[in-house]
Design a protein. Structure first.
Length: 295
């Protein structure tokens, strides 16, 4: 006889976030994604203390050594331990892109909510300007800025945060337009509350769910952008380990030492996939359809 599993009962007095967590727990893919994501965050935080070898130590006698009991992932083109470098290779990427995502969400969401609330000609003209910015080939523009200003973590955070915040404006503005005609917003206007108060206390809490899901999506895309910059030599500065840079350094010998490219590529892919799985599960848990999100 097949056992029938009853749905998880949610107490009527539980908060919306507790309900969302209960819903998310029923998503197998979401919980797997969350577990892998937490594993990456832990590795980024304490990886340097867990690495079995010095990730900067070069040894010309063991270049491209195959995976073994001593070097679990083998060695790279300079004889460095790939497992140690892969373990902490996401630290810079996670730190810089998390800060960049936070910056993009703060300024992009405030601008999007404000434009959606104001409406009229101001909203229309600003959105045409946003469309023009979105048409810019951002990667080339990023490379130009980094070449002019210099290659540093602060430059990457500011440039990534600015460019990805532009896309956030459009998404958040679309979500805000659904709430502007609501009674609670009209009541706030009638009471004479300031625009800042209405934006921060009335509209922002109601689009927070969409903001959290959007933040996860932007973070995943920003990780890809950061890895692309590192692959091109405009990300972190060697010998700091970074997955994109590791792939670039060893791609020329992929035919004889595929593990030197495979392991950092798998690490990057697993992080991005875990973010998307977690974001999808969270979106479904709060009743938000990512496929129908405003763009």
């Amino acid at each position: 006889m097949t056992a029938i599993t009853a749905p998880v009962a949610i107490h009527p007095n539980s908060s919306r976030w507790q309900q969302a967590w209960q819903n998310m727990r029923r998503s197998t893919s979401g919980m797997i994604g969350l577990a892998v994501l937490l594993l990456h965050l832990v590795a980024a935080a304490i990886g340097p203390w867990l690495a079995p070898h010095d990730w900067t130590l070069q040894n010309g006698y063991i270049m491209f050594q195959t995976p073994s009991s001593e070097y679990w992932f083998g060695t790279d083109n300079l004889g460095r331990d790939l497992f140690s470098r892969t373990l902490i290779g996401g630290k810079e990427a996670i730190t810089i892109t998390l800060l960049g995502t936070l910056l993009a969400m703060v300024w992009g969401s405030l601008a999007g909510i404000t434009l959606g609330f104001i409406g009229g000609k101001t909203d229309e003209w600003f959105m045409r300007f946003v469309d023009a910015l979105l048409a810019i080939p951002w990667l080339l523009f990023l490379l130009l800025i980094i070449a002019l200003v210099g290659q540093s973590g602060l430059t990457l955070v500011l440039t990534l945060g600015f460019f990805y915040g532009i896309a956030v404006i459009r998404v958040v503005r679309g979500a805000t337009l659904e709430y502007v005609p609501k009674d609670f917003v009209l009541a706030a206007k009638t009471r004479g509350e300031s625009k800042f108060t209405i934006v921060t206390k009335e509209l922002l809490p109601n689009v927070l769910d969409a903001l959290l899901v959007e933040a996860a999506m932007r973070w995943a895309w920003m990780l890809l952008a950061f890895s692309s910059l590192s692959f091109l030599g405009f990300g972190v500065v060697p010998p700091t380990p970074d997955w994109g840079l590791m792939i670039a350094d060893n791609r020329g010998m992929i035919s004889i030492a595929p593990w030197a490219v495979l392991f950092p590529a798998l690490a990057l892919s697993s992080l991005i996939i875990s973010i998307n799985l977690t974001a999808d599960a969270f979106a479904k848990a709060i009743g938000l359809d990512r496929a129908k999100a405003p763009v």
